[in-house]
Design a protein around this ligand. Structure first.
Ligand code: GCW
Length: 718
C-alpha cells in the first residue's frame, strides 16, 4: 500500500518537475519526446539497453546524442554507449562496411546515398537493432525514424525497414534579409543573427538543424531571393561558414542567393553580362573563395529579371546563358545553381499565367547539368488554389525542381489554421499527361532527366525567431509536411498530418483524431472564404493581408485583383481558353481538353479558366452567383467548426498551446467573415443579384470594406 502510494507520489513529482522544466510553448516542435506510459516504456527499454556507434564521426555523434536525448525523454533513461554488443537490446548506429556487421547480409543496395535501413537481427547471439546507411547521414535519418516509431508507440521488436529520399536536393529557402527582416515572414525576425556571427552561434541553430534533419531536409538557402550582394563579401562568408559548421553534422548544406549584378556592386566591374569573360572570371574567383571557406557549399539560388531583380536579360542574354555562367563557376566544386522560373514582366501584355512557360520552355535542354530550374507549383504565385504549372512535364531535358511556399503569404499569415499538406498533395498528384497518362508532377520531379542529374524540392521557409519557430503551433505542421513531401513527393497529406499531430499534440486518438480532421479540411476552407471556384489573387495590395477584390488602379495590370477575377456585370472569371488568353494550350492536350470544356472542368478551377455569366448553372443546380455565396459561407462555417472542435479539446492539451490556438482561431473566424463580407459586397455590386435564401447580407456597404487600411501588416518590406 505504502509502496504504491510512494510510487504514485514520485511519479507525480517527476511529472511536475518535467512540466516545469519544460513548459509546452511549441519550441520542441514534433521532437517533444515526452514520457510514454510506463507499460510502453518497459517494452521499449528491453529493446534499447545500450548503443554502439563510431561517435568520433560528427554525424554519427549527432545521431547518437539524438538517440540519447529522445530515449531519455520517451522512456526515461539515458542509453549508454558501449564499445561493442554487450547483450540483448544493443542499438548499432553505423554504416555499410562496419566491421561489426561483417557477415550480416543487409540491403544496402536499396537505400541510395542518403537512405537508411533498420533491422532487428541476432548478432553474436544477442538481439540487436541495426540502424545503418551507406553514409553517416543515412544512419542519422534512421535514428530519427526509430525515434518517430517510438513517439508513435509502434512496435520495434522485429523491424525490417528501408527508406530513402526520392529527391536529392531538399531545401528551405529563407527570404531573410541581412538586417534580419524576413520577406513574407510571420514568425518574427530571421534566425540568422548576422551581427553576432561568427563569434556567437545561437544554440537555436543546432535545434533548427535537428528539426530539419528529422524530416530529411538537407539544405538551407540562407538569404532572400530579392538578393543583396553583400552576403558574398568575405566578412559575410565568415559568418556563413559558422552556420555551415553548425549544420554540417546534421547533413545540411548552406546555399546563398546570388545577386546577378554582384560583379558591379561588390566587384568593381562595369558590367554583369554573363558572356563577358571578366564577369565569368569574377564569379569563378568568387566561387573558389566560397569553397575555400566552406568546402561543402551547396550553390546559388537566383531570381533574375523578375520583379526588379537584375539578370541576363539586362544584356539581352537568355536565362540559360545567365544560369550556365554561374553553373560553370560552381561545377569544379560540385555546386549547383537553382534558377527560378518565376519570371513575368510589366512590359509584356500577355496573360501572366503564360509568361514563364513562354520564356523557359524553348530553353529546354540548354541548361548545364548542375542547373535546376525552380518552378512554383502554379503559374501565378502561391495562391490558395492554382492548377499545376504548365512547365512541369514540358521540359523533359531540363531538371525541374518544385518550389512550394510554406510561409502563408496568401493563406492568412500565421493566425489562420491552414494545413498545406493537402494543397501540395493536390499539386504533386496532378497528371501532366506528358509524355502520356500517369506522369504526375511528383514523377516529373523524381525522374532524373539523365543518369546522375539533380532532382529537388524547395520550400519557402516559415521559420523565424518566434519561440514556436513558425509563428503558430499549426504552422509547424507545414514545415513538417514540406520535409515529408521533399523526401517522398508521393506521400499522403493525411498520413503526414496523423504523424505530426501525434508527435506534436500527443498520441491519444481522442486528441490527434479531431486535430487531423480539422487540418484536412482547413486549406479548402481558406480557398472557400478567400478565392472560391478558381478565383485567385484577390488580396489587398503589397502586404496581401485581407480582401481587395475591387482594386484596379495599380501600375502593373497583373498586380490588380480585377485582372484575375475579370468580374463585370455580365459575369466573372478569366477566359484562358482559345477564345481568351489560351493559356490552356500550354498544357498537354488531354489536360487542356478537360479544363477547357465547361462540361468537364472541375468546379474548383472553373473561374481560373473560364469567364461565365452570373446565372451560369453549376453542377450543384445552383447559379454561379448562389454557389459563390454558398462557398464563402462554407469557408466561414468550417472555421467555426474548428473552433468548436478545439473547445472540446480543452484540458486534454497543455494550457499555453491550447489557449494560443483558441485565440488564433478566433482571429481566423473574424478574418474569414471579413473576407466573405467584403467579397460578397463587391461582387454583388456587379452581379446585382439578391443573396440566396439563408445567407446574410454583409453588415456594411462596399465603401466601408474598401476604406479598411492595414499599412503595417507584416512581411512586405524592411
Ligand atoms: O509571392 C511573391 C511575393 C514576393 C516574392 C516573390 C517571389 C521574394 O509577394 O515577396 O519575392 O513572390 O517569389 O520572388
Amino acid at each position: 500500500m505504502w509502496r504504491k502510494l510512494l510510487a504514485i507520489l514520485s511519479a507525480l513529482l517527476v511529472f511536475a518537475a518535467s512540466n516545469q522544466a519544460h513548459a509546452e510553448d511549441g519550441y520542441d516542435l514534433w521532437l517533444r519526446y515526452r514520457p510514454l506510459p510506463e507499460s510502453q516504456q518497459k517494452q521499449y527499454a528491453a529493446r534499447l539497453t545500450h548503443f554502439v556507434a563510431p561517435t568520433h564521426r560528427p554525424t554519427i555523434l549527432a545521431a547518437a546524442e539524438e538517440l540519447q536525448r529522445g530515449l531519455e525523454g520517451l522512456i526515461g533513461y539515458r542509453i549508454v554507449q558501449r564499445e561493442t554488443v554487450m547483450g540483448d537490446g544493443a542499438v548499432l548506429v553505423t554504416t555499410k562496411g562496419s566491421p561489426l556487421l561483417e557477415g550480416v547480409d543487409l540491403p544496402f543496395d536499396r537505400i541510395g546515398a542518403e537512405g537508411y535501413l533498420i533491422r532487428s537481427i541476432a548478432l553474436y547471439g544477442k538481439r540487436v537493432t541495426v540502424i545503418a546507411g551507406n553514409s553517416d547521414v543515412g544512419a542519422l535519418y534512421g535514428v530519427f525514424a526509430l525515434l518517430k516509431r517510438i513517439q508513435l508507440g509502434q512496435p520495434i521488436d522485429s523491424l525490417d525497414l528501408t527508406d530513402a529520399p526520392r529527391l536529392r536536393v531538399r531545401v528551405l529557402d529563407h527570404w531573410d534579409n541581412l538586417d534580419r527582416y524576413v520577406e513574407r515572414g510571420y514568425a518574427g525576425q530571421s534566425l540568422w543573427d548576422w551581427q553576432k556571427l561568427p563569434r556567437y552561434s545561437d544554440p537555436r541553430y543546432t535545434d533548427y538543424a535537428r528539426a530539419n534533419a528529422s524530416i530529411g531536409i538537407n539544405g538551407a538557402v540562407l538569404t532572400n531571393v530579392n538578393a543583396n550582394a553583400d552576403v558574398l563579401r568575405p566578412e559575410y562568408l565568415a559568418k556563413v561558414k559558422a552556420l555551415a559548421d553548425v549544420f554540417r553534422p546534421w547533413g545540411i548544406r548552406v546555399y546563398l542567393t546570388a545577386r546577378f549584378s554582384a560583379p558591379i556592386e561588390i566587384g568593381g566591374l562595369k558590367t554583369a553580362d554573363p558572356l563577358d569573360p571578366a564577369v565569368a572570371a569574377w564569379w569563378r574567383a568568387k566561387a573558389d573563395a566560397i569553397y575555400g571557406v566552406i568546402p561543402d557549399f551547396g550553390g546559388f539560388l537566383v531570381k533574375a529579371n523578375s520583379e526588379g531583380q537584375p539578370g541576363p536579360a539586362d544584356y539581352h542574354r537568355s536565362h540559360a546563358e545567365g544560369a550556365n555562367m554561374l553553373a560553370d563557376a560552381l561545377a569544379p566544386h560540385g555546386g549547383i545553381v537553382m534558377w527560378r522560373a518565376f519570371v513575368y514582366s510589366a512590359q509584356n501584355a500577355e496573360d501572366r499565367h503564360k509568361q514563364a512557360y513562354d520564356e523557359f520552355a524553348p530553353l529546354d535542354g540548354k541548361f548545364r547539368d548542375n542547373v535546376l530550374l525552380q518552378v512554383k507549383n502554379g503559374a501565378i504565385d502561391f495562391q490558395p488554389r492554382e492548377p499545376f504549372h504548365p512547365l512541369f512535364g514540358a521540359m523533359p531535358r531540363t531538371p525541374l525542381m518544385m518550389e512550394f511556399q510554406i510561409t502563408k503569404e496568401y493563406l492568412g499569415f500565421a493566425t489562420h489554421l491552414a494545413y498545406l499538406g493537402t494543397m501540395w498533395e493536390e499539386a504533386l498528384a496532378s497528371d501532366t499527361f506528358r509524355p502520356g497518362r500517369g506522369n504526375t508532377v511528383a514523377r516529373v520531379l523524381e525522374t532524373p532527366v539523365d543518369a546522375g542529374a539533380v532532382t529537388g524540392m524547395a520550400g519557402v521557409a516559415n521559420i523565424g525567431s518566434d519561440r514556436n519557430w513558425s509563428g503558430s503551433q499549426f504552422d509547424q505542421a507545414n514545415w513538417y509536411a514540406f520535409g515529408r513531401f521533399a523526401w517522398n513527393p508521393e506521400d499522403k497529406a493525411e498520413a503526414i498530418a496523423r504523424d505530426w499531430a501525434a508527435m506534436t499534440w500527443g498520441d491519444d486518438p481522442a486528441v490527434s483524431g479531431p486535430i487531423v480532421e480539422m487540418m484536412m479540411g482547413s486549406r479548402e476552407a481558406v480557398v472557400d472564404y478567400m478565392t472560391p471556384l478558381g478565383l485567385g489573387h484577390q488580396m489587398a495590395t503589397g502586404h496581401h493581408y485581407g480582401p481587395g477584390p475591387w482594386i484596379a488602379d495599380l501600375a502593373r495590370p497583373e498586380w490588380n485583383p480585377t485582372y484575375y477575377s475579370r468580374a463585370d456585370t455580365g459575369g466573372i472569371g478569366f477566359d484562358r481558353t482559345a477564345t481568351g488568353s489560351d493559356a490552356l494550350s500550354q498544357y498537354a492536350p488531354d489536360v487542356a481538353k478537360r479544363w477547357g470544356s465547361l462540361a468537364t472542368v472541375p468546379d474548383r478551377l472553373l473561374l481560373w479558366f473560364h469567364h461565365v455569366p452570373w446565372d451560369y448553372r453549376m453542377k450543384s443546380g445552383r447559379t454561379l452567383w448562389d454557389e459563390l455565396v454558398t462557398r464563402y459561407d462554407a469557408g466561414v462555417a468550417y472555421v467555426a467548426g474548428m473552433q468548436a472542435r478545439w473547445a472540446g479539446l480543452k484540458g486534454r492539451i497543455d494550457a499555453q498551446r491550447w489557449a494560443e490556438v483558441r485565440d488564433f482561431l478566433a482571429i481566423q473566424r473574424d478574418e474569414a467573415q471579413w473576407w466573405r463580407d467584403a467579397s460578397i459586397a463587391y461582387f454583388q455590386s456587379l452581379s446585382k443579384r439578391p443573396l440566396p435564401a439563408g445567407h446574410a447580407a454583409p453588415p456594411h456597404d462596399l465603401d466601408w470594406y474598401k476604406a479598411i487600411r492595414t499599412p503595417y501588416a507584416p512581411g512586405n518590406g524592411g
